[in-house]
Design a protein. Structure first.
Length: 145
């Protein structure tokens, strides 16, 4: 089954993404961006992750993850530490402020996910989640190939 010519999936997806990003940014009391929230979640699963691993998890290249970590370190949400096994590699760790922000982000994200799912059955949301997840295999990055 494929989307018909009237579904305008690319347009709808693009508009939805922009609106969601703006809405999430406008609700952040501390001015934390969606990308920063994403890194908090990555570190919430594994604090002390390597920079490259964090970038891969967020679909960011080396320059993108470096800039994101720089901004978050300046805000005292994270800190870089040299990897014990490879002094050239850096690991990212949450600070106390970052852990507090992560707790807040978890609550806000749960509320936002509930709002996104309003009016749809669990089965419909499962289909949407499967469709969105399929983008990773349909459109791999160079790192994935």
């Amino acid at each position: 089954m494929s989307g018909g010519p009237n579904h305008r999936l690319i347009y709808l997806l693009s508009v939805a993404q922009r609106r969601l990003q703006r809405f999430a940014a406008s609700r952040s009391e501390d001015g934390i961006s969606p990308a920063q929230t994403g890194l908090l979640f990555v570190l919430g699963k594994e604090d002390g992750v390597l920079m490259g691993e964090a970038g891969a998890a967020l679909d960011l290249g080396p320059a993108g993850i470096s800039g994101l970590v720089d901004r978050m370190a300046a805000a005292r949400l994270v800190e870089r530490r040299a990897d014990a096994a490879d002094g050239r590699a850096w690991r990212i760790h949450l600070t106390d402020k970052g852990r507090a922000m992560l707790a807040r982000a978890r609550t806000e994200t749960a509320e936002l996910n509930a709002r996104l799912a309003e009016g749809f059955s669990r089965e419909e949301i499962d289909i949407v989640a499967r469709w969105l997840s399929s983008f990773q295999s349909k459109f791999p990055t160079r790192r994935d190939e």
